[in-house]
Write a protein that binds this ligand. Structure first.
Ligand code: FAD
Length: 334
C-alpha cells in the first residue's frame, strides 16, 4: 500500500485543489457592488479551486453582469427577488444555505461588513460549522490568521469543518478589479422563506466626501475638538483641503460631535488609508485597532506623551485650534 507520505507531493496538492471550491457572497446596494465583496473574491482566489459569486436582491441583472466581469470568477449565481433587497439575515441566511448545498462548496467567504457580520454566523449555525471571523491572511485551505483582543494578538486558527464559513477584513485583501472576467450568470435556488423581521426604513448619513472605509486619506477628530460646532468648523475644511474622508474617535461620537457612522476603531470601522491624520485623539488601543495598519499616520495633540505618538510616523505637538487651521490654509494653497 502507498504510504501516507506519497500524498504530500505536488500531485496531491493539485488533486486537493480540484476538490476545493469557493462561494463569495456579494453585497450590493442600489445596484452597486460593495468593496468588501470584491475583497472576498480576492481572498477566494488565494484558496484555490473554482470561484462562484452569489448575489440576491431586486433587479440585480446588471449588478450580476458587472460581477461576472471580475477576473477568476467562473459563475455568478443570482436570485432576483425583492424580499432579499435589503439583505435581512432572517431570510438571506437560509437562501445562502440552500445555494451552498446545491453547489457543494468548501469555502464560503463574505466581507466583514455589517451585512457579513449579521449573515455569516447564521449561515454557520444552519450548517453546524464554526464561524471564522475577520481574517487577515490565508495560510492554507484550512488555516487562517485573525486579529484578536482588538488587534493586540494575532491568532492562527485551523478548521476541520468540511464547509468553512469565513468573513474577511477588507483592508487586508485588495478589492478584485471588475475587468478581464467572463463568468456565466445563472439563477440560484430560491426557497422563498419568510423573514421573521420586516424592513421598515433607513436613515443614511449622506456626504460628498470619500467613503471612510475605502478612502485613501482620512482625517479623524477626537474629544480634543471640544464641541460639534468646533468639530465641523475645524475638521471639514481640513478634510476638504486634501480630499480626505472624515473619521472620529468613539469619545467624539459619544459626545455628539460626529455621527456614529464615522467612528474608527474596535467597535467602529477598520481603515487602512495611505494617510491617517489623528487630531485631538489620545490613541487608546480600541482606537488603534481601527487605524494602525494605515500606511502613514500623522497626529496632532497638545500632550507630547499622548500614546498616539507611539504609532505615529509624523507628530505635531500643539493646540489643534491653532495648528489645524494653519495647516489647512497651507494645504489649500499648495
Ligand atoms: P481622549 O482620550 O479624551 O483624548 C483626547 C485627546 O485630545 C487627548 O490626548 C488630549 O491631549 C487631546 N487634546 C485635548 N485638547 C486639545 C487641543 N486643544 N489641541 C490638541 N490636542 C488636544 N474608541 C475609539 O476611538 N473607537 C472605538 O471603536 C472604540 N471602541 C471601544 C470599545 C470598548 C469595548 C471600549 C471599552 C472602549 C472603546 N473605545 C473606542 C474608547 C477608547 O477606549 C477611548 O476612550 C477613546 O478612543 C478616546 O477618544 P479620544 O482619544 O477622542 O479622547
Amino acid at each position: 500500500p502507498r504510504s501516507a507520505s506519497a500524498f504530500t507531493g505536488p500531485f496531491s496538492r493539485s488533486a486537493l485543489q480540484r476538490l476545493l471550491s469557493s462561494l463569495a457572497i456579494l453585497e450590493q446596494r442600489e445596484g452597486k457592488l460593495n468593496h468588501g465583496s470584491l475583497s472576498a473574491i480576492t481572498a477566494a482566489k488565494s484558496i484555490g479551486g473554482p470561484i462562484h459569486g452569489f448575489i440576491a436582491g431586486s433587479n440585480i441583472k446588471s449588478v450580476a453582469e458587472e460581477a461576472a466581469k471580475v477576473e477568476g470568477v467562473e459563475k455568478i449565481i443570482a436570485v432576483d427577488n425583492a424580499a432579499y433587497e435589503k439583505g435581512l439575515p432572517e431570510n438571506f441566511a437560509s437562501l445562502v444555505v440552500e445555494n451552498i448545498k446545491k453547489g457543494g462548496y468548501t469555502h464560503i467567504i463574505a466581507g466583514h461588513t455589517a451585512f457579513g457580520k449579521n449573515l455569516m454566523p447564521r449561515v454557520a449555525a444552519l450548517l453546524d460549522s464554526q464561524q471564522i471571523s475577520d481574517i487577515t491572511a490565508i495560510e492554507s485551505e484550512n488555516t487562517f490568521v485573525r486579529p484578536i483582543y482588538a488587534g493586540n494578538a494575532i491568532a492562527t486558527v485551523e478548521s476541520s469543518d468540511s464547509i468553512k464559513i469565513i468573513t474577511i477584513r477588507g483592508t487586508a485583501f485588495p478589492a478584485a478589479e471588475i475587468q478581464g472576467g467572463s463568468a456565466t450568470v445563472e439563477d440560484g435556488v430560491d426557497p422563498k422563506s419568510e423573514a421573521s423581521a420586516e424592513w421598515v426604513s433607513e436613515d443614511l448619513a449622506k456626504s460628498d466626501r470619500p467613503d471612510l472605509a475605502t478612502a485613501g486619506k482620512v482625517v479623524s477628530g477626537g474629544r480634543g475638538l471640544k464641541s460639534k460646532e468646533d468639530f465641523d468648523k475645524i475638521m471639514q475644511p481640513f478634510a476638504d483641503s486634501i480630499g480626505a474622508a472624515i473619521g472620529a474617535s468613539r469619545a467624539a461620537v459619544d459626545s455628539g460631535y460626529a455621527d456614529n457612522s464615522l467612528q474608527v476603531g474596535q467597535t467602529g470601522k477598520v481603515v487602512a488609508p495611505q494617510l491617517y491624520m489623528a487630531v485631538g485623539i489620545s490613541g487608546a488601543i480600541q482606537h488603534l485597532a481601527g487605524m494602525k495598519d494605515s500606511k502613514v499616520i500623522a497626529a496632532i495633540n497638545k500632550d507630547p506623551d499622548a500614546p498616539i505618538f507611539q504609532v505615529a510616523d509624523v507628530g505635531l505637538v500643539g493646540d489643534l485650534f491653532e495648528k489645524v487651521p494653519e495647516l489647512t490654509e497651507k494645504l489649500k494653497s499648495t
